[in-house]
Design a protein around this ligand. Structure first.
Ligand code: CTP
Ligand code: MG
Length: 224
């Protein structure tokens, strides 16, 4: 099916603590942002709107040099505002479906894109997610005060897929005080149904400095 993509890259990457925003740091030979732009184009996105900070135009152009069918829009103060800005740009020539993706997740497996898009045949939205493997504790002042039933929880990733008209309307109608951390929350707030498909470990988000060493060979220090 025909689809467009939005990559949100307007964050400042505070927790990663790099000299420049994390999406422009070189990782495995390329700027982080370039990886997901290439993967989404290869997966068949007919155009990609990239939301960037106004002061990062040069970094963004350099990171995507030579790639076609991409355009930049100015992101906002929150992730949600950055997505909304991308949606409004696409609304001038609306696609049937859109994938919304975090620039901070450089690897986008084709199989995940296919699972998300095929779920859109029956749902207004579809998100990749993985089960939790650790015990999920409630904490207060450094003490465990309870636990969650992890079998009813999932770790949600991007790219998230939506029927374009539905997610555009949901963003335009968003009126909650809370800051959503993804677009599935925005669609659900408007009453849309969100399917969950299998995500991938490769979609892990680069958040902290140590995440940039992700999947490097394990360091062995003695026998301890
Ligand atoms: N993002 C965005 N606009 C914002 C905030 C975030 O486009 N105003 C994007 C980021 O660039 C990132 C994605 O949303 O690709 C996920 O956000 P996160 O991992 O939190 O990145 P940052 O907000 O940049 O990092 P931090 O929260 O550590 O400052
Ligand atoms: Mg953030």
């Amino acid at each position: 099916p025909r689809f467009a993509a939005i990559i949100v890259a307007a964050g400042s990457g505070t927790r990663a603590g790099q000299a420049i925003p994390k999406q422009y740091v070189r990782w495995r030979g390329k700027p982080v942002l370039r990886h997901s732009v290439e993967h989404l184009l290869e997966a068949g996105a007919d155009r990609i709107v990239i939301a960037i900070a106004p002061d990062a135009k040069d970094l963004a152009r350099e990171a995507t040099a030579g790639l076609e069918n991409i355009m930049f829009v100015e992101g906002g103060a929150t992730r949600r505002a950055s997505v909304a800005s991308g949606l409004e740009a696409l609304a001038l020539d609306p696609p049937e479906a859109v994938l919304i993706h975090d620039a901070a997740r450089p690897c986008v497996p084709l199989a995940v894109v296919e699972r998300v898009l095929s779920a859109l045949e029956h749902h207004a939205g579809a998100i990749p997610a993985l089960p939790l493997v650790d015990t999920i504790a409630r904490t207060q002042n450094g003490v465990m005060t309870g636990q969650e039933d992890r079998s009813t929880l999932a770790r949600v990733q991007t790219p998230q897929g939506f029927r374009f008209a539905e997610i555009l309307a949901a963003h335009r109608a968003w009126d909650s005080e809370t800051q959503p951390t993804d677009d599935a929350q925005v669609l659900r707030h408007s009453g849309g149904e969100v399917a969950i498909v299998e995500g991938s470990q490769r979609l892990a988000k680069l958040t902290f400095a140590e995440d940039f060493a992700m999947q490097a060979p394990p360091v062995r220090t003695g026998t301890g």
